[in-house]
Write a protein of this length. Sequence first.
Length: 380
Amino acid sequence: MTAVDNRIQVNDTVRADSELLEVDLAVFLAKLTVSASHVAGAANGPRELDSALRQAFHGPVADALGSKVGQQALRPAGGPGFRPSISYWVFRNYRGFTNSGEAAADLPVIRRVAVAVRILLKAAVVLDDIEDGSPVRYGEPALHAVHGVPLALNTGAWMVLAALRHTETPAVVSYLVQAVENGFIGQAVDMSTRLAEIRRDIVAAKAQDRLTFWESVATLKTSTLFRMPLNAAAIALRVPDDELAELDDAMRQLGLARQIFNDLTDFVPEFGGASTYEDFDGLTNRVSLELLGAESALPDLATDLIGDRLKTFTLGHCGLGATLSELAEQAVDLEEQAKNRIHQLCRSAESAAYFDLTIDRKGHLMERLRDAVRAERPTE
């Protein structure tokens, strides 16, 4: 088979897997409608209860799962967009590009894992937008902006429980519980920087301690979102522990790269989808932490470095351009290193191509951002 044929095969498999996931999500939503009818007593139930369930339960869940936020579609020439799943990459890497034999036996398990992970990722978006007070995410209204905070909060919490129930495999459920717990802990630490006492400690800290603080939050939050679909599928497929550990750490590194990219987009907003400077309500942005200097000499900022003052401090800092350039380079390098580590564990060239298709939906943006900040940096 030629290289061109291999690429076509991989594209077709990625598309088929992504379509299978969308079908399974549609089935999941359809079952919710049946469940709502059952609660309402079907045809014998009061119309008011049926209407309430549709508007307050099924409607918000459908909106949350139907959002395309965070799922940049691949759009090869001549075909509609599709959204690959890292869980299915694990399946293809360890079970091959056919659905027979051992693959056929494990496919139903992976299908449930992929759906559960997608639900958890969407729940994270719902809850994160509430906690950050974000009415819009990448041009789409946040769920709480459409349905209100109480219903959105109820929806996000239910989605977490529904995902764990849908998974079924005990070992995977146990892992996902731990991953969700880590995410909530990361959110708590992230939001803690809105407190004056915590900001005072961060401003007074040594540069290395600030970096450790940032990396801890990024590992618990963003890296968890990258590791979760891979680890859940790998556990379901009984991947050897040593390989799982290497895969997990590589995805953690990839998550750190993406968090740097996300932090940079607050200062180069045309790459973030919002085209506005935002996220100045705390002190976990890597750019802001770098600009505090090796040893902070800004005690007067200790309790007030938030909101407009943080925005003024960072956007007006003489070292902003150099910091953006250095961090953009670091993000691209970290991502490339992480991909190379994953490639070492790919069992075929097709698997490596599948992984790259799945993970590179933002990769080109990272490189474009790096090139953009390079161009803006003054010649020294």
